[in-house]
Design a protein around this ligand. Structure first.
Ligand SMILES: C[S@@+](CC[C@H](N)C(=O)[O-])C[C@H]1O[C@@H](n2cnc3c(N)ncnc32)[C@H](O)[C@@H]1O
Length: 211
């Protein structure tokens, strides 16, 4: 099953399934980026809009992109702010954004679905103005290597895995640096219910676009 088709099927239960990774990401991005004030942001792979109200609170204009129409339909239904624009778009294709026009590009739990990072991070770099922020939050690669993967239960009770690839911290840093970003922070996160003596659940990286 393609990633797009999988998310079209997952959309109905994405917000209500037990999903500690989704919830850890929601907490992490709010802690890491709170208080920023920017003009234009792109939320790359917005899904059902879990983080859209938060990004909308930072930016004067937010473009939220996703290729799953079913995920987007949920986001559109829950976020109706005039300064938020939703568009169905495959992030592997050139983005509908003017070069150098964006102050923040955010990927939350999206890049694991990309086999290679160079093309998509190159497109993020093209969109960003000098000094802009690139935010990446991903299921931790060590967690992936322990068998964690995006998955959902179908209405008939089967479990579907969504195709995913392992990217190590150094892969993100190498690809983002090659695209023109410099690393600002790297963090690891656990769900609030987890002790820190287990593998971290989430890896986050914040980069700044060079000029
Ligand atoms: C795990 S969900 C995360 C959604 C949201 N960012 C969040 O944190 O809840 C991954 C999202 O990425 C989207 N996605 C994956 N690959 C994509 C691509 N090539 N182009 C656009 N969207 C993509 C999926 O449709 C899905 O909505």
């Amino acid at each position: 099953m393609s990633v797009r088709h999988a998310y079209d099927r997952w959309a109905a239960s994405y917000d209500t399934n037990r999903n500690l990774t989704r919830d850890t990401d929601a907490a992490a991005v709010r802690r890491a980026l709170a208080g920023r004030r920017i003009a234009r942001a792109v939320e790359a792979g917005c899904g059902t809009g879990k983080n859209t109200p938060f990004y909308a609170s930072l930016a004067e204009h937010l473009l939220s992109l996703d290729f799953s129409e079913a995920m987007l339909a949920r986001a559109r239904a829950s976020v109706r702010d005039a300064h938020v624009e939703f568009r169905q778009h495959d992030l592997a294709e050139p983005w509908p954004v003017a070069p150098g026009s964006v102050d923040l590009v955010a990927f939350d739990l999206v890049l694991e679905h990309f086999d290679g990072l160079d093309g998509v991070l190159g497109e993020a770099a093209r969109a960003c103005r000098p000094g802009a922020t690139l935010w990446i939050s991903e299921l931790h690669p060590m967690k992936q290597m322990q068998g964690s993967q995006a998955r959902f239960a179908t209405p008939d009770g089967r479990e579907e895995l969504v195709a995913a690839y392992v990217h190590h911290a150094s892969d993100f840093v190498r690809a983002a640096t090659a695209a023109g970003f410099a690393l600002r922070t790297l963090d690891e996160w656990w769900h609030e219910s987890e002790a820190r003596d287990v593998v971290p659940r989430l890896l986050t990286l914040e980069f700044l676009r060079g000029g």
